[in-house]
Design a protein around this ligand. Structure first.
Ligand code: KG4
Ligand code: ZN
Length: 334
């Protein structure tokens, strides 16, 4: 039997919709909310309003591009959490209303699991079991993935996410929001060995990224005291050294996890997996440790609805659907 699923993503500052037919993504529509740039970070209330404004046009665009009508849908998958409550409410309210009107199943999806399942949008797909380093603006996780729906977090950040460290340090450098892509760009022509920043000392497979942000702040302050052009004159080396430290911190634990779990299939996912330094490091470590690595296309790293629709497909196939009583879960884990 053929299945057509609409996926909806509204957990943070991207309003997105995608149509998936029999596990194949037909389109992936995203409306990015540029309003947050002038505030230097996502403003939750403005995000909810922008979702409210953009959601129906984005869904309509996805349906038109797939040449289908709402009545052709067999199920609707939406992001249940984690994310901003007001933002999640917009997507989930639409999903529940539409599913009720159409009399079709509704599928609540965990956004972080969907980042992992973005690897199943297109070939090459990872073989099970694999480890996925899921790195975003809100989370940093090492996930052991046994099957599409059986996965567990074996290590994670105890405080800030690595994306948050990128964004906050970018703000200290005065390069604007979102900071990750800006640091990535600046780092391309910088010397990553020029400055050193301390690694956090956290046991097992967990991470901490709040210390580096503070260390970076004091480092910049001291530099500026001696030379008020310190940041301007050294911005590329500062970005490259910071990025290098963050990547080193990520890979120390990833390497440990691969050894401990005896797994050589290694994937990356989430917004920070778009970072060119991180992608290159994964490729060079693959050679060094004999890993088979999986790197998503750029469009499937950052928030999108193709990953939500794909996650919906695997849930529906397993008979795992939700109810109209499900509510958004801002701090959802798995
Ligand atoms: O997965 P995502 O789009 O949204 C969340 O679920 O949080 O991730 C957003 C995060 C932001 O912190 C952003 O700065 C970071 O991903 N990011 C990057 C790059 N592109 C996006 N960080 C480093 N380098 C990049 N090229
Ligand atoms: Zn995300």
């Amino acid at each position: 039997m053929s299945t057509t699923i609409l996926g909806i993503e509204s957990s943070c500052d991207e309003t997105a919709a995608a149509v998936c037919k029999d596990g194949k993504i037909i389109n992936n529509i995203i409306a990015t909310q540029s309003i947050h740039e002038s505030y230097g970070g996502v403003v939750p209330e403005l995000a909810s309003r922008a979702h409210q404004k953009n959601l129906i046009p984005v869904i309509n665009e996805a349906l038109v591009a797939a040449d289908i009508k709402m009545s052709d849908l067999d199920a609707i998958a939406y992001t249940q959490g984690p994310g901003l409550l007001g933002a999640l409410l917009v997507g989930s309210s639409f999903a529940k209303t539409a599913a009720m009107a159409l009399g079709i199943p509704i599928i609540p999806i965990n956004h972080m699991q969907a980042h992992v399942l973005a690897h199943f949008i297109e070939d090459p797909m990872p073989e099970f079991p694999f480890l996925c380093l899921t790195v975003s603006g809100g989370h940093t996780q090492i996930v052991r993935v046994n099957s599409h729906l059986d996965m567990s977090i074996i290590g994670q950040s105890k405080d800030d996410a690595v994306g948050e460290a990128f964004d906050k340090c970018a703000k200290l450098l005065g390069v604007g929001y979102p900071g990750g892509p800006k640091i990535d760009q600046l780092a391309k022509t910088g010397d990553a060995k020029r400055f050193t920043f301390p690694h956090s000392d956290i046991p097992d497979l967990d991470y901490s990224f709040s210390g580096i942000k503070t260390a970076f702040m004091y480092f910049l302050r001291d530099g500026m005291k001696k030379n008020d052009q310190f940041i301007n004159e050294n911005i590329n080396d500062l970005a490259a050294s910071l990025q290098g430290t963050l990547i080193d911190m990520l890979f120390v634990k990833l390497k440990l996890a691969a050894k401990r779990e005896k797994i050589k299939n290694i994937a990356i996912a989430g917004g920070v997996s778009a970072n060119s330094g991180l992608r290159n490091r994964l490729l060079s470590d693959a050679d060094k440790y004999g890993w088979k690595v999986f790197i998503p296309k750029f469009e499937y790293c950052t928030d999108n609805a193709a990953m939500i629709a794909t996650a919906g497909y695997y849930h529906l196939k397993a008979g795992k659907t939700g109810t109209l009583r499900d509510s958004p879960q801002p701090r959802m884990s798995f």
